[in-house]
Design a protein around this ligand. Structure first.
Ligand SMILES: Nc1ncnc2c1ncn2[C@@H]1O[C@H](COP(=O)(O)OP(=O)(O)O)[C@@H](O)[C@H]1O
Ligand SMILES: [Mg+2]
Length: 453
């Protein structure tokens, strides 16, 4: 059976007769006047492939996702080198404008055979329960850039097996939790600061679409919404290491540099964080930084059903994408009678949508006054009765004075209250203290702070 193809643009139109003349693998079902019409034709399910030679600038990451979502493979005719590179970044195949019908038909067949890579996140099912082993070191992905000596604890290879010799492994950690301010931002900011202090290159991303607050927590007077800027570059297919760095600000925290992609300046800008763009931001960050920490907002009780099955921008879409892409999801809940059931419900829901999410449960604000004497044992007992087969991996103490002091100073705990138990327990989540002593890296807690772009 021949492949139904839709076309748009003069160069593509000139090819129609030639393609038809092949009487072969391709049938041109529609030649469209403009890109919008082509999109409509593809969305109606008429075509399995499209050849585009006009409106190429309009092919952004989210427009391309529409084609992928419909299972339509795209081939763009362009002789413009910059445009070709941009499209390549967006994962789109290109061919010269004057390609012959035979070559184009062959290329279309190959593209359709390979299938359009779905640009939107899909939940991965299968036998993998997706639970993190709380006693295991954090999972990491292999990255392509040169290794930096020993930034990982020994034995911290992920399930994918050891990385090829000479290739460092980079990790993406998502900090997530239900509504009610269990301490997501506190954990994210301090995890990033602790990772930076071990010598890792670190990017901290505020992807909270409900209450972005990383900039305020770190005392940054940043109105530029770095995450939105990086997503705009990604939409256009021009997000590279340089533009990622340009979108972020650099802080020096206790002598160690830490880069931050600040969050949306207003919560109603959430449609700017589209999954297709955010995915590229994570991919680029994984290439460039040894550790990426994402503070992702999430309000399951909020305004929408959780689902991947839509092309409309969704407020929770970015959080779902992050949860499915992260090597490890640090799930933070408040250790009290409201916070624990909330976390349990939220975990349930997340696991039904992203079953492969690799979760580490952290209970924060642990205090006897809320759950009784020996609070950790009490919480464990309650968790075992009601909780999923996922263990509580870490307990973080209730330390209002340390938290307030850091917040007031706009600093990470290691700057404001270096000896705090809360700081040490957060460092334990990524084994940062152990890494530091192994490297015997001497970092000064008294070093000043500078901010630069
Ligand atoms: N372990 C803790 N002890 C005391 N206060 C804490 C602790 N963790 C967080 N806080 C405080 O709780 C409030 C909410 O924390 P935040 O990290 O902003 O929550 P979320 O990001 O989940 O909304 C902040 O005032 C923060 O300083
Ligand atoms: Mg927050």
């Amino acid at each position: 059976m021949s492949i139904p193809v839709a076309t748009v643009g003069r160069a593509a139109g000139d090819l129609v007769a030639g393609l038809e003349g092949l009487r072969g693998p391709i049938a041109v079902v529609r030649h469209c006047a403009e890109l919008a019409e082509l999109i409509a034709v593809c969305q109606s399910g008429l075509a399995r492939a499209a050849i585009v030679s006009t409106g190429i600038d309009e092919l952004t990451a989210s427009v391309l996702d529409r084609f992928r979502h419909q299972g339509v493979s795209l081939l763009v005719l362009s002789d413009d080198g910059a445009q070709q590179r941009r499209l390549q970044n967006l994962g789109v195949a290109t061919a010269p404008e004057r390609s012959g019908a035979v070559d184009l038909a062959a290329q279309i067949c190959r593209l359709v055979d390979a299938g359009p890579e779905l640009g939107v996140a899909t939940p991965s099912g299968g036998a993998d329960p997706g639970y993190a082993d709380a006693s295991a070191p954090l999972r990491t992905h292999a990255a392509t850039d040169p290794p930096s000596e020993g930034f990982l604890p020994q034995g911290s290879r992920g399930p994918a097996g050891p990385a090829p010799a000479g290739v460092a492994e980079h990790r993406v950690l998502a900090v997530w939790g239900p509504v009610g301010s269990p301490g997501k931002t506190t954990v994210a900011v301090n995890l990033a600061a602790e990772a930076a202090a071990t010598g890792d290159s670190v990017l901290l991303i505020d992807a909270d679409t409900y209450g972005p607050s990383v900039a305020a927590t770190l005392g940054l007077l940043d109105e530029s919404a770095g995450i939105a800027q990086a997503c705009r570059y990604a939409e256009q297919g021009v997000l590279d290491p340089a533009s990622l760095l340009k979108s972020s600000v650099e802080l020096v925290v206790g002598g160690s540099p830490l880069r931050v992609l600040t969050g949306l300046s207003r919560a109603d800008r959430w449609p700017e964080l589209r999954s297709s763009a955010l995915r590229q931001v994570l991919d680029r960050s994984r290439e460039v930084f040894q550790t990426t920490v994402i503070d992702c907002g999430f309000a399951l009780e909020a305004d929408e059903e959780l689902s991947f099955d839509t092309m409309a921008p969704r407020r929770n879409g970015s959080a779902l994408l992050v949860l499915s892409e992260a090597d490890q999801v640090i799930a933070v809940g408040a250790a009290d009678s409201i916070g624990v059931p909330r976390l349990l419900r939220a975990l349930d829901e997340v696991l039904s949508i992203v079953p492969a999410a690799c979760l580490t449960v952290v209970l924060n604000k642990v205090r006897a006054s809320a759950v009784g004497r020996r609070p950790e044992a009490a919480l464990r007992r309650a968790w075992e009765r009601f909780g999923p087969s996922l263990p509580i991996a870490h307990f973080l103490p209730w330390e209002p004075e340390s938290a307030d002091r850091a917040l007031l100073a706009g600093q990470a705990l290691r700057e404001a209250v270096a000896d705090s138990q809360l700081r040490r327990k957060i460092a334990d989540i990524i084994g940062a203290d152990a890494q530091r002593s192994r490297r015997s890296a001497v970092t000064s807690n008294t070093a000043g702070r500078t901010v630069s772009r």
